[in-house]
Design a protein around this ligand. Structure first.
Ligand code: SAH
Length: 355
């Protein structure tokens, strides 16, 4: 039994079953035993690998798309360059290297990172020290400046609630204790849930739907800032336009695991419902949801890959070709991952994305 299992079991014993969102929040972010709080989970030695850790092309193209938005909006100075959940800082380092030649961009930017994990903040500090980043626990403390933001595999890590349809009501998934004291998922009694009224139309009895209250709150805040002060956001993640079904999953050592077995030791994620984020971000405009492979190729991923390939040979070249394929090919991350941009009414959408 992990220390976190004991802690959660004691909490349930005292106050009753907890929601999936509370469970996920404790597993991922508990200050002593949480998954992100205690380790660097990214990369070959960790539990999963993300696009910026696969190839520099990803961050370079995202950075240039964002910088073009900044130019299209009249190059406001100063502005906040923001990353939500920057992981090891690799993505932002690539963004900054690629945008160094955009006249005025570096002079105008103030780097702000939204990150709760102290372990990962230390990695980010090491990579990004020359840009003197300011860290934030939550998005609400960002400065009142035009906001140019990126978020890769951030929203999938935020706690979700899960509901199973029962007639015209919904039963919430909760975590309780079985007789032998192990953590066990179950369903609470059915109740009406106003936030899910629109899902009565596209679901049947027994269907599962998910909401992400924190994700919605963050999208609302970003959307309001972009609509009022200018800016844009690029959100990249796995998920769909309106998700349906149970997408909650645990990943440990690059393989799926039982999410209730060793809390704090596995990464817990859920697919992102981009429609919910787009609705929350209004009055900011949103682009069409676009497959990652299409987005990167529109921005010149192949040309960039060829330029980089020119100075490589042998194993390094093979790895480089494989990395480009992994990011863009439909059988790999190319269609599973999607991109959505946010931008102000009347502005040009981020390059690579259509309104
Ligand atoms: N964007 C990075 C890392 C993705 S992993 C990459 O592409 O490699 C998810 C990141 O989000 C981690 O840095 C994690 O610590 C951070 N994170 C998760 N939940 C968070 C929250 N509620 N607030 C701020 N950061 C969070």
């Amino acid at each position: 039994m992990t220390p976190l299992t004991r802690l959660i079991a004691a909490q349930i014993d005292a106050a009753g079953p907890i929601t999936l969102a509370d469970y996920m929040g404790l597993c991922l972010m508990h200050p002593q035993h949480g998954y992100y709080a205690t380790r660097d989970p990214l990369g070959a030695a960790g539990d999963f690998i993300t696009a910026p850790e696969i190839s520099q092309i990803f961050g370079e193209l995202l950075g240039l798309s964002l910088a073009q938005c900044w130019l299209d909006q009249g190059a406001p100075s100063p502005f906040a360059l923001v990353e939500l959940g920057p992981g090891r800082g690799t993505l932002m380092a690539d963004v900054l290297r690629a945008t160094a030649r955009v006249p005025g961009f570096h002079k105008a930017l103030r780097l702000h990172l939204v990150e709760t994990s102290t372990a990962l903040r230390a990695c980010q500090a090491e990579r990004l020290t020359e840009y003197s980043p300011t860290w934030h626990e939550q998005i609400e403390t960002l400065p009142d400046l035009p906001l140019f933001a990126i978020a890769n595999e951030f929203f999938d890590a935020l706690p979700i609630r899960q509901f199973q349809r029962s007639g015209d009501g919904w039963c919430e998934r909760v975590i309780g204790l079985s007789k032998d004291g192990t953590l066990t998922p179950g369903l609470a009694a059915s109740g009406a849930t106003g936030a899910l009224a629109h899902r009565l139309k596209d679901t049947a009895d027994g269907d599962v739907v998910e909401t992400c209250p924190l994700g919605t709150r963050i999208a609302t805040e970003i959307g309001q800032r972009i609509a009022q002060q200018g800016g844009s956001a690029l959100i990249v993640d796995y998920g769909d336009w309106r998700t349906l079904g149970d997408t909650f999953q645990a990943l440990q050592d690059h393989a799926t695991a039982n999410p209730y077995e060793s809390p704090g030791h596995a990464d817990l994620t859920a697919h992102v419902d981009f429609e919910a984020l787009a609705i929350a971000a209004a009055p900011a405009r949103h682009t069409r949801l676009t497959p990652q492979g299409v987005f990167l190729e529109r921005l010149g991923a192949t040309q960039r890959a060829q330029t980089l390939a020119a100075s490589l040979s042998g194993e390094a070249l093979t790895a480089h070709v494989g990395a480009h394929r992994r990011l863009t090919h439909p059988d790999e991350m190319g269609t599973l991952f999607k991109v959505m941009g946010l931008y102000p009414e009347g502005a040009t959408p981020p390059p690579g994305l259509n309104p």
